[in-house]
Write a protein that binds this ligand. Structure first.
Ligand code: ZN
Ligand code: ZN
Ligand code: FE
Length: 713
């Protein structure tokens, strides 16, 4: 928020509604925590926006539901200096209503100008090179203001007062090709590389199967779903089911990709999101996207401009080089991009926003934490990497960096660390990394020359979710994902921790099984299926070579991973046999439930899946269809959580890790637990997947990391 008199206004509004809590200034705006009746909280949010004092504007806001803190009054807190000294760097904001009106007003001097913006909207994080945030410190440096723009920029009454990226056709950036031509290329089924806000995107007609297949082939992306760009909300409704909350997410200033349920017979080319239960859809978020969407009104595939898993291209020459073999046409411009910022991905779960990939529109807004933290740099995990810095009572989590498999990705990782530290004038005294000795991020931490704390992967997952929900111990932490390095060197991923006084104890875990072929078993689900069958003493069907590996215990590491159990079940049920991308088989198994609803569950006593696998195999042989089989498996996991929660003696349950991107599992577990009186916390602002690891590492390293070693191994 910008403007004066905001804190007293917040104080009056909160006290009038009988809400307790606090408000405090930070570099980026205000932190407000309010507690009270749900209806009063809703009224507070609504009136905050509607009744704010006139000079104040809300540029971006994030709302999370936190654990109750038991405040007794409402207070205006003083800032403790640390936060106010950090730079105010805002995320990139989608085109506002007024700028949009000007864009299509033939009488306006910015008619059809693709770089229109104002104080309320436009690029921010993607154009800042240095702080303070002034035009010469942005990529707008090479565009001196014309007299008209200068007048707006210096007029306190103008909507563009001190809007750093302000520009017009006379003085601002220009396109290097006509939009109409790009539309014709798309119309003909060809691929366009568009220079967007945080990097290049690849676009293609989403209704043209042949064109989408061509993009997949050239981009070397086999299965991972593509995101869609649709011209307006009305168009989205034609293809997807959109709730009120989902519509609000689509139209928010962050304008993320929102995962939506497609309408039956929607007509989008099948190769856009083959076998995925969702379509990822976003609305135009820059004037350039709006102009193109008018010119080409059908849905467009809009995916990151890169080859398979490399970072998104931002440099023009590099983009021509790397994307040249993929794109048939380039629509670029001469405003440089300071850093790569991918499109964010969110979805609604438990009726609240849950971020799955945090980048454009969100980064670098900080996550507030309860107590002031020492300067820690957390370098995250390996997949879906992000990094984070702890600055006082705020943790700045970087934009999504991606998997650190390629050299380009690792360079981007290093650049992002330098960039965050430079922007916030941050000098880390400690580096937190994963315990996995071979992660590129871990290796970097040990090369940094700073003291290093290695944090167990699933401890970090749970701490991350606890931090963003402001949950204090004691609590139960369910950490389920595909892979993480365990304290005993095994592959963990089905862990349940009891967290008391900041000390973490592993009180339950999935019964271990072996993964024949190690890494290869992550891709091929049949291997996990053979691993559980072998362990359960069931006959082994499939490749005799793999069976021999199990029998001789060669190259078959032990795992407690729920993600791998999903793979095994997906394969045994005949639903999915490969993970072309992380979590694919699990996603397909969730989708397999379809409309089939059942309360029945397979047995999973104390995390022992042996009987579950026996029953499941018997069901499959008896011809039971996939929907009830998939549902009974999901329900078994829910019941196991309930069993451990009941025995634990604590009332707060945290669920983190990539497995909880599964909406059926998350919503059913939360509903069951809440009905029993437990308070349930899931991710909201940071991802449940490894994109959330850096936040957990930062808070654990900063607060003194301690766990119970060795027990219940
Ligand atoms: Zn605007
Ligand atoms: Zn101008
Ligand atoms: Fe993980």
């Amino acid at each position: 928020m910008q403007g004066v008199g905001f804190r007293p206004f917040v104080y009056r509004l909160a006290t009038e509604l009988g809400l307790n809590g606090w408000v405090r200034n930070t570099s980026t705006g205000l932190d407000i925590e309010v507690e009270g009746a749900v209806r009063s909280l809703e009224a507070f949010l609504e009136r905050l926006e509607r009744e704010k004092p006139p000079p104040a504007v809300v540029l971006a806001r994030e709302v999370s539901r936190l654990a109750p803190a038991g405040f007794e009054r409402f207070e205006i807190l003083s800032s403790d200096g640390e936060e106010t000294r950090t730079a105010a760097v805002l995320p990139d904001l989608a085109t506002c209503r007024e700028c949009l009106a000007e864009l299509f007003d033939p009488a306006d001097r910015r008619y059809r100008y693709p770089f229109t913006n104002c104080t309320l909207c436009g690029p921010r994080y993607s154009i800042i090179r240095e702080i303070p945030y002034d035009r010469p410190n942005t990529t707008m440096q090479g565009f001196p203001l014309c007299p008209n723009c200068a007048r707006e920029y210096h007029d306190p009454a103008d909507r563009r007062f001190h809007a750093q990226p302000v520009a017009c056709p006379a003085c601002g950036p220009q396109l290097d090709a006509p939009i109409e031509q790009a539309a014709q290329v798309l119309e003909a089924g060809f691929i366009v590389a568009l220079k967007g806000i945080g990097g290049y995107q690849l676009l293609v007609d989403a209704l043209n199967e042949e064109a989408v297949v061509r993009l997949r082939r050239r981009k070397q992306r086999e299965e991972k779903p593509f995101a869609l760009l649709m011209r307006d909300l009305e168009t989205v409704r034609r293809y997807c089911l959109v709730s009120k909350e989902e519509a609000a997410l689509l139209e928010s200033p962050a304008a993320p990709i929102v995962l939506l349920e497609p309408r039956p017979g929607h007509g989008i080319a099948p190769s856009v999101a083959r076998r995925s239960p969702y379509l990822g859809v976003m609305l135009p978020y820059s004037p350039l996207h709006h102009l193109l969407a008018r010119e080409f009104p059908r849905p467009l595939v809009a995916t990151s401009g890169n080859r398979s898993d490399e970072p998104i291209a931002i440099d023009d020459a590099e983009a021509r080089d790397r994307l040249g073999p993929i794109a048939d046409f380039f629509l670029a411009h001469n405003r440089p991009i300071a850093r790569p910022v991918d499109d964010s991905v969110v979805r609604l779960a438990r009726r609240r926003e849950s971020v799955l990939r945090r980048a454009r529109g969100y980064a670098p807004l900080p996550i507030p934490v309860r107590s002031s933290l020492p300067p820690v740099l957390a370098v995250g995990a390996h997949l879906k990497n992000t990094v984070a810095i702890a600055v006082g009572r705020q943790v700045f989590v970087s934009q999504h960096i991606g998997d650190l498999d390629t050299l380009e990705a690792r360079q981007n990782f290093e650049r992002t660390i330098d960039d965050l530290c430079r922007l916030y004038r941050f000098r880390p005294e400690l580096v937190a990394c994963d315990m996995h000795p071979d992660y590129a991020s871990t290796l970097w931490a040990h090369r940094s020359g700073l003291p290093v704390i290695a944090i167990q992967h699933h401890h970090a997952h749970v701490a991350s979710c606890a931090a963003e929900n402001d949950v204090r111990p004691p609590y139960l932490g369910i950490a389920w994902d595909g892979t993480g390095y365990g304290l005993d060197g095994a592959i963990w991923g089905g862990e349940i921790f009891l967290v008391e006084d900041g000390r973490i104890e592993r009180i339950a875990h999935l019964r271990p099984f072996r993964l024949p072929g190690g890494e290869a078993a992550i891709r091929e689900c049949r291997r996990a299926a053979m691993g559980v069958s072998f362990e359960a003493g069931l006959p082994l069907e499939g490749n005799p070579h793999i069976a021999r590996m199990l029998e001789r215990n060669v190259n078959s590491p032990s795992t407690t991973s729920v993600g791998r159990l999903f793979d095994a079940v997906a394969s045994l049920a005949g639903v999915a046999h490969f993970n072309h991308f992380e979590g694919q088989a699990a996603m397909e198994l969730e989708a397999a439930i379809g409309g089939g609803r059942t309360e029945e569950a397979y047995p999973l006593p104390a995390g022992d899946w042996a009987e579950l696998i026996r029953r499941l195999r018997a069901d499959i042989e008896a011809g039971v269809p996939a929907p009830p089989v998939a549902a009974r498996f999901h329900n078994a996991l829910v019941e196991w959580i309930v069993e451990v929660a009941r025995a634990s003696g604590v009332r707060q349950i945290i669920m983190s890790g990539g497995v909880f991107q599964n909406r059926y599992l998350t919503e059913h577990a939360a509903a069951r637990l809440e009905a029993l009186g437990f308070a349930v916390y899931t991710h909201q602002r940071v991802p449940a997947n490894d994109g959330g690891i850096a936040l957990g590492q930062a808070v654990l390293a900063a607060r003194g990391y301690s766990y119970v070693p060795g027990r219940s191994g």
